[in-house]
Design a protein around this ligand. Structure first.
Ligand SMILES: [Zn+2]
Length: 590
């Protein structure tokens, strides 16, 4: 019994607050070295540096390959390891007051940078080969071909189209990188073929390769007509990708018709108008049979009306066309662009049941882009939904709440990660999912005490997908959404350098909420890291309600981690978030 009690006290001492760490009590009882990043004993990277996040028993001395590291009161130690090309063996030692030095070693292997192909062999190599994805190209598109091979040769692609060798100075000293471009003509055809590459040396010896990617020239088949499917198809601005996916232009309804004019990898290019393009994932559309008319319609009457809860705008249309929206501040406006639509709108019928809409008008901004501009009475946009009823586009405008008090509102809270998804880990093994959940529980109690109705996207240690969380929020009719996460640096950054709180929004009209939250949370003493806009995060993506993401602090930073592991501090952050919501409501009331 005595032994049991001792372990318990020890654990509480090491991990303040109510949270358990990933490290078990038994291991904590004796000397340990916990390596969080790198995650495994052997790590491969192409980077010249690698992050270290680790911990040992508090009060011990740590060295790595003989160099001393600062050990924080939590036992955390962290830094950025420099890497040579090849194998880097690191030995961590942790020494206590007695002669009980323990050690742990791990390996980080930095891959060699690309080297110039030897002149002794005639070869076309795999790295740098373009196109790397399958392509469907239209008239006027460029087929861009690149490969790396023996320098100083003559390179060509397709049926003898010339390629040029880049000068090493354009290419970090690397020789033998060849590039060629072919602009697709109306008469070009190529049906799902790999591209033939050829390299010939001065003696006339030649080597050929085929790209793994397959290319089609389809000027005669474009535009193809597609129709959207799936839950919430997204139009991206470009074919780019990052950790959060490509930058989003618009979320649209199913059954919307799109003109397809190309494909890169798994994404179709969409011609929105004469001058504007977007991209959509292939699994979000069905291609209709050849001969289907491309999307295009004239607009009819516009009706503006209201019921007890919302204002509505209905644009009569002949078919479902793609749309996007943006917002302007001062004066407050929502612009809805409908692509492929030409005005034949001769009536804008405005009923006096409208309460939030001040003015509504349209502009034909391009010959095939019809823009509806909605001016609001209040400076804050409280949300709007866009979609179709039949072939008519509707905009449902949420009005400013009558009482700008927390007790009059429904507030949705999202605790990031959960269940098998731990989120980021701190140096002591603390888990982001526990920090977010605990903070959200404090927030819930504080908001309910003030009389608010609170909706949670998760109420236990489970992991609903972000798309499911969003559905929960939208179905609840919540007035405000706040998502809680904690930040972490990448494996190539120094965890001791980035710290503090940051808030995020996607749409400019919801920036004020994120700014008020940031202003308030820094009063806890956390460093202001940044206010980040255009953030491509699912729970920042609804236009339906004001929303913000709060990244409480950097769990990857040992000092921030200690704060996040302190339950009193989490409660204090929650109090400041509540204050921030109230400051936002005051801002709206001005
Ligand atoms: Zn997170």
């Amino acid at each position: 019994m005595k032994h049991f009690r001792l372990i318990l006290v020890f654990t509480l001492f090491l991990v303040p607050g109510s949270m358990r760490s990933a490290q078990g009590a038994n291991e904590r009882d004796s000397s340990f070295i916990l390596l969080v990043v790198p995650e495994s004993d052997t790590t491969m990277t192409s980077s010249a540096v690698y992050r270290l996040s680790a911990s040992t028993n508090p009060g011990r001395r740590v060295t790595i390959n003989g160099k001393s590291y600062k050990v924080y009161p939590s036992g955390a130690f962290a830094g950025l390891l420099g890497l040579s090309v090849g194998e880097n063996r690191f030995v961590v030692t942790s020494a206590g007051s007695a002669a009980d030095t323990i050690s742990k070693s791990f390996l980080v292997i930095r891959s060699k940078p690309l080297e110039t192909t030897s002149r002794d062999t005639l070869a076309i190599e795999d790295p740098l080969m373009e196109p790397s994805l399958d392509l469907w190209l239209n008239e006027g598109d460029e087929l861009r071909v690149q490969f790396k091979g023996t320098p100083g040769c003559t390179a060509s692609f397709l049926d003898g189209l010339p390629m040029r060798e880049l000068s090493p100075s354009e290419n970090g000293g690397l020789k033998g990188v060849y590039q060629g471009i072919h602009k697709i003509l109306a008469t070009d055809t190529l049906n799902n073929q790999s591209i033939a590459l050829r390299l010939e040396d001065s003696t006339g010896r030649a080597v050929t390769r085929q790209t793994e990617s397959r290319v089609s020239f389809k000027p005669r088949e474009f535009p193809m007509v597609a129709v959207t499917k799936a839950d919430r198809p997204a139009l991206d601005f470009g074919p780019g990708e990052d950790r959060l996916g490509g930058a989003k232009l618009s979320f649209i309804n199913p059954r919307v018709r799109l003109a397809i004019t190309g494909k890169v990898g798994e994404r179709y290019r969409v011609a929105l108008s004469k001058n504007q393009e977007a991209w959509i994932k292939e699994d979000q559309v069905d291609i209709l049979s050849a001969g289907t008319f491309p999307p295009h319609t004239q607009t009819g009457n516009i009706t503006v009306s209201g019921d007890e809860k919302f204002d509505y705008i209905t644009v009569n249309m002949g078919e479902k066309l793609p749309y996007s929206s943006d917002q302007e501040l001062e004066p407050t406006r929502i612009n809805v662009d409908i692509y492929g639509a030409v005005s034949n709108t001769n009536w804008i019928v405005q009923h006096n049941t409208v309460r939030e809409i001040k003015n509504l008008y349209y502009t034909q901004v391009e010959k095939d882009v019809f823009r509806v501009t909605i001016e609001l009475k209040h400076k804050q946009v409280w949300g709007y939904e866009l979609g179709y009823v039949g072939n008519n586009l509707f905009v449902k405008i949420r009005r400013q709440p009558d009482r700008l008090k927390v007790k009059a509102l429904t507030i949705a809270l999202d605790a990031g990660h959960g269940g098998p998804n731990n989120g980021a880990l701190g140096s002591t093994g603390s888990r982001e999912k526990d920090v977010t959940f605990s903070t959200v529980m404090h927030l819930k109690r504080l908001l309910e005490k003030k009389g608010a109705r609170v909706v949670l996207t998760r109420s236990d240690d489970t992991y609903p997908l972000n798309s499911e969380r969003l559905k929960t929020v939208l179905a609840s009719g919540a007035d405000i959404l706040i998502s809680i996460h904690s930040n972490s640096v990448a494996v190539t950054s120094n965890p001791e350098e980035s710290k503090g709180v940051s808030t995020y929004y996607k749409y400019i009209c919801y920036r004020p909420l994120s700014q008020e939250l940031l202003k308030s949370v820094v009063k806890t003493g956390l460093t202001p890291f940044a206010n980040v806009g255009s953030f491509n995060f699912t729970l920042n993506s609804p236009t339906e309600l004001p929303n913000a993401l709060v990244e409480l602090a950097f769990i990857s930073n040992p000092e921030d981690e200690m704060k996040l592991m302190n339950d009193e501090f989490r409660k204090e952050i929650a109090e400041k978030i509540v204050d921030g919501i109230e400051d936002f409501l005051d801002y709206c009331d001005d």
